[in-house]
Design a binder for this molecule. Structure first.
Ligand code: 5GP
Length: 190
C-alpha cells in the first residue's frame, strides 16, 4: 500500500497567478491538480475536462444532493466544487492533490481533513492585481471585473487570518520554489 497523499489547498484572489504557480508545482513534484466542477460558462480559451468540468446548475445541485462533493461553494453567482470520489482515489494512490479553490471551500476541506496543507497566494499589491484581472482576456465587463476586485480584497483578509502559509507572487520562480519547499516540509518528501 502506498503512503496516502496529502491534500493541499491553494487559494488566492482571482488574477493572482495561482493557476500558473500550481502548474509549475505539478511539473516538479509528485502532485496533481484536481479539476473542479463548475456551473460557470466556459470561456473561449478554456477546454472541458482540462480547466473545469462544465455542468448545468440542475446537474450540480443533483451532485450536491448525492453528497458527491468534498467541498463546494458559490463564487460570483456560480457553483464550483471538488469531486470527492476522484480526490480520495488519488490520495489513496499516494498522490498529493492540489485543490485550487476559494477560501470557503478551503475551510470545508480543512474541517474534513485536518491535515490539509493551506497555502494562500498574495498579489504584490492592489494595482498589480487589478491589472492582472483585467488582462486575462476573458472578455468580462467592467461590473464583473469590479466584483472580482472587491471579492479579492475580502478573500485576502480571510487568507491572512486563516491560512498556514502566505506566499507573495512577486516573482513566479520564487513563488513556485516557496510553494514546493512548503509542500516538501509538510509531506516529508525531499
Ligand atoms: P474562476 O471563475 O476565476 O475560474 O474561479 C473563480 C474562483 O472560484 C477562484 O477563486 C477559484 O479558486 C474558485 N474555485 C475554482 N474551483 C473551485 C472549487 O472546486 N471549489 C471552490 N470552493 N472554489 C473553486
Amino acid at each position: 500500500m502506498p503512503k496516502k497523499g496529502k491534500l493541499l489547498v491553494v487559494s488566492g484572489p482571482s488574477g493572482v497567478g495561482k493557476g500558473t504557480i500550481c502548474k509549475e508545482v505539478v511539473k516538479k513534484t509528485n502532485t496533481t491538480i484536481s479539476v473542479s466542477v463548475t456551473t460557470r460558462e466556459k470561456s473561449d480559451i478554456e477546454t472541458e475536462g482540462s480547466h473545469y468540468h462544465f455542468v448545468s446548475r440542475p446537474e450540480f445541485e443533483k451532485r450536491i444532493a448525492n453528497n458527491e462533493f468534498l467541498e463546494y461553494a458559490e463564487v460570483f453567482g456560480n457553483y464550483y466544487g471538488t469531486d470527492r470520489g476522484i480526490t480520495e482515489k488519488l490520495l489513496e494512490e499516494g498522490k498529493n492533490v492540489i485543490l485550487e479553490i476559494d477560501v470557503q471551500g478551503g475551510r470545508q476541506a480543512k474541517d474534513q481533513y485536518p491535515e490539509t496543507v493551506m497555502i494562500f497566494i498574495l498579489p504584490p499589491g492592489r494595482d498589480a492585481l487589478a491589472g492582472r484581472i483585467a488582462a486575462r482576456g476573458r472578455g468580462e465587463d467592467e461590473a464583473t471585473l469590479k466584483k472580482r476586485l472587491d471579492a479579492a480584497e475580502a478573500e485576502i483578509a480571510i487568507g491572512k487570518e486563516k491560512y498556514d502559509h502566505l506566499i507573495v507572487n512577486d516573482r513566479l520562480e520564487k513563488a513556485v520554489k516557496e510553494v514546493i519547499n512548503f509542500i516538501e516540509t509538510k509531506t516529508g518528501e525531499q
